[in-house]
Design a protein. Structure first.
Length: 368
């Protein structure tokens, strides 16, 4: 069965595949407990310590786990003038990887199930309780880098991961890979927010990728951290020597569309629901909704200053959504005196509830 699974996986452009048992992930359990103690746990993890680390708590019939990885690196050349646009991470350049990987895993296992009718399976990708990276490491797909990603010697860290619980015993891979990071600290040094600390793990709530997806209010320190990021962040992967090769993904569904991966801020802010659904509905960048992207576009307009961005923020003061107007005012303040004057004039037109929110925003950490 194992050889047939590997053979069929290649036909589906699944770049990496490994196998492990359904035993408890003790190291992952310790890591989660440590992050809970340090308040560094990712808000996106559905926390249930038993289900996060014990496959049998997810499905009591599980006997083995199949781990898959698909290389997603594509490169495009951006224009020299990036002052009026924002950046979207490679993770969201093409079709939503959740959709692509689930489709491939279901197609793979349907083929195998037709040959081995006793086989039952449950596929997951970045949406279940178990940790895809812990499974990938134990299955021999790669090792944990200091940036927290699974790194494969051939493909680097630009790998989408998924896993499949199965009710049959499959011979597992020989052993985990040893880390090749050595003394290298490029990812740690390059991280603008200090989310990576050697020996201290990953501080998820300081990560730019998390901040671009955060629904709660972003203080000034957090807003400045975004730079020109609209969704996600690739910095710790871009500087990694293991990602410096010229190898590119064969998976066409992850190929980028320049108009959506490096959009103009004005286009984002004028985008209606229909256009948002068309451009981003099937990408990973769409899952937090249109307003999150537009909020980030307003923040970028304050971080990357230009006359066009300044005028764009002035136009945004007319938006009918109070929280969008609030972010526009805060971004205008980044332009100094001319921005402050406009904000003061605009505040006069707002109701008392809005004015109170504006005052409170200045009392939060990171505000001047």
């Amino acid at each position: 069965m194992k050889d047939r699974i590997i053979e069929e996986a290649k036909k589906l452009n699944i770049d990496l595949i490994g196998f492990t048992n359904a035993d408890v992930f003790h190291e992952a359990k310790s890591a989660i407990e440590d992050r809970i103690d340090k308040e560094n746990l990712s808000p996106f993890l559905p926390l249930d310590l038993e289900k996060n680390t014990n496959p049998l708590k997810v499905w009591d019939e599980a006997k083995s786990i199949i781990s898959i990885g698909i290389f997603y690196k594509h490169d495009i050349l951006f224009g020299e003038d990036e002052s009026n646009g924002g950046k979207i991470s490679r993770v969201a350049w093409g079709k939503d990887y959740h959709i692509v990987l689930m489709d491939k895993m279901n197609r793979l296992m349907s083929t195998i199930q037709a040959i081995y009718p006793q086989l039952e399976y449950k596929p997951f990708t970045d949406s279940g309780f178990l940790l895809d990276r812990a499974i990938a490491e134990r299955s021999g797909l790669g090792y944990y880098g200091k940036n927290g990603f699974i790194i494969n010697p051939l493909y680097g860290s630009y790998i989408f991961l998924g896993h499949i619980l199965v009710n049959v015993d499959i011979e597992e891979n020989a052993k985990k890979m040893n880390s090749k990071c050595g003394p290298c600290k490029r990812c740690i040094t390059a991280c603008p927010t200090g989310a990576l600390e050697e020996g201290q793990g990953f501080r998820s709530k300081k990560c730019i990728s998390y901040l671009t997806q955060k629904k709660e209010f972003l203080n000034r320190e957090e807003r400045k951290s975004l730079g020109n990021s609209l969704y996600g962040c690739d910095i710790c992967q871009e500087v990694c020597p293991m990602n410096k090769g010229s190898l590119l993904s064969k998976e066409g569904q992850f190929a980028p569309d320049l108009s959506t991966v490096k959009p103009k801020l004005k286009d984002l802010l004028k985008m209606d629901n229909k256009t948002f659904k068309k451009n981003y509905g099937s990408t990973a960048a769409g899952w937090r909704g249109k307003k999150n992207l537009q909020r980030n576009a307003i923040i970028v307009a304050g971080n990357v200053q230009s006359e066009e961005n300044f005028r764009l923020l002035i136009d945004t003061l007319k938006d009918n959504r109070p929280d969008i107007r609030l972010y526009a005012m805060l971004s205008l303040l980044e332009y100094g005196e001319k921005g402050r004057v406009l904000v003061e004039k605009s505040l006069v037109l707002e109701d008392e509830e809005f004015k109170q929110k504006y005052v409170e925003s200045g009392k939060l950490k990171g505000e001047d």
